[in-house]
Design a protein around this ligand. Structure first.
Ligand SMILES: NC(=O)c1ccc[n+]([C@@H]2O[C@H](COP(=O)([O-])OP(=O)(O)OC[C@H]3O[C@@H](n4cnc5c(N)ncnc54)[C@H](OP(=O)(O)O)[C@@H]3O)[C@@H](O)[C@H]2O)c1
Length: 263
């Protein structure tokens, strides 16, 4: 698919991976629709994107509100007459023991990471079917394939995203709609600070990859219609080693977490 002149929605565009993706796609000539809750951040990004050839349209709101997620797609179609790609990137995590995690936090995570993503996807599908093409890109995580302790419901939400995306990929096979899963590993964004529970940097003091690297992979996934996207070879190896040796990886992760939590 050509990015130039296409109409692409990017959720969670006020920070991190979503922001970098919006910039990267605008640089390649796309019309981008940017959304998140922080309007002032979106306005600053829209101003930054002005020199690029495509048009930028912003709509602020909570993607966990499914009525807003549907309205986002409807407004895009009213503005541009079509929607070529939906990048479902908005998401949030938590750092808390499952035994004591407030159910309200579980609800928030599933509203944003799963239900908002699904509502926007359901709204976009009929337009893509009518157009005879389209792409839905769901930003998951390597921890959707291999959970970590103290982020259980975040991991579970990403597993839900993986499964619904793979089912949808088969359901839409004959509609020329590509369903892409992107699996970032640790990425240097505001994600850790925005976590529910106990926000803050990861306990290993590890630095992640730059969000621009994930954004470049997303752009390539559109151009080459890729369906499964890993960012680094280490992410790929971690996921596949886990499939072969799940108990060994469990032991390794639990031990690493214990060491990291010691003073
Ligand atoms: N960073 C990592 O290490 C990492 C690793 C694997 C996967 N991921 C995934 O990558 C995606 C992007 O995360 P990031 O690292 O770029 O995090 P980030 O810097 O915290 O950005 C998250 C984005 O999501 C938006 N968002 C959060 N809650 C929202 C809500 N209720 N309604 C609308 N927008 C909302 C935020 O905007 P507002 O606050 O303005 O609403 C922000 O634009 C997420 O799906 C995350 O799970 C991240």
């Amino acid at each position: 698919m050509h990015i130039s002149n296409s109409v692409i929605i990017v959720t969670g565009a006020s920070a991190g991976i979503g922001r970098a993706t919006a910039v990267s796609l605008a640089q390649r000539g796309a019309n981008v629709v940017i959304t998140a809750r922080r309007q002032e951040r979106l306005a600053a990004l829209a101003a930054e994107l002005e020199p690029y050839p495509g048009r930028c349209f912003l709509l602020a709101g909570d993607i966990g509100d499914t009525a807003f997620a549907r309205e986002l797609v409807a407004q895009t179609v009213r503005e541009f007459g079509r929607v070529d790609v939906l990048v479902n990137n908005a998401g949030l995590g938590h750092q808390s023991a499952l035994a004591a995690m407030p159910l309200a936090d579980v609800q928030t995570i599933f509203n944003v990471n799963v239900l908002g993503l699904l509502a926007a996807t359901q709204a976009a599908i009929p337009h893509m079917q009518q157009q005879g093409q389209g792409q839905i890109i769901n930003v998951s995580s390597i921890v959707g394939q291999r959970p970590l302790p103290f982020s259980a419901m975040y991991c579970a939400s990403k597993t839900a995203v993986n499964f619904l995306s793979r089912s949808l990929r088969m359901e839409l096979r004959h509609d020329k709609i590509t369903v892409t899963l992107v699996y970032p590993g640790l990425t240097t964004t505001e994600f850790a600070d925005a976590k529910l529970g106990k926000p803050g940097a990861n306990r290993f003091g590890m630095r992640g990859v730059a969000p621009e690297r994930v954004a470049a992979k997303i752009a390539t996934a559109i151009e080459k219609q890729k369906t499964e996207v890993y960012i680094t070879p280490i992410d790929w190896a971690f996921t596949h080693l886990n499939r072969l040796f799940p108990r060994t990886v469990d032991w390794f992760v639990a031990r690493a977490m214990k060491l990291a939590s010691q003073p």
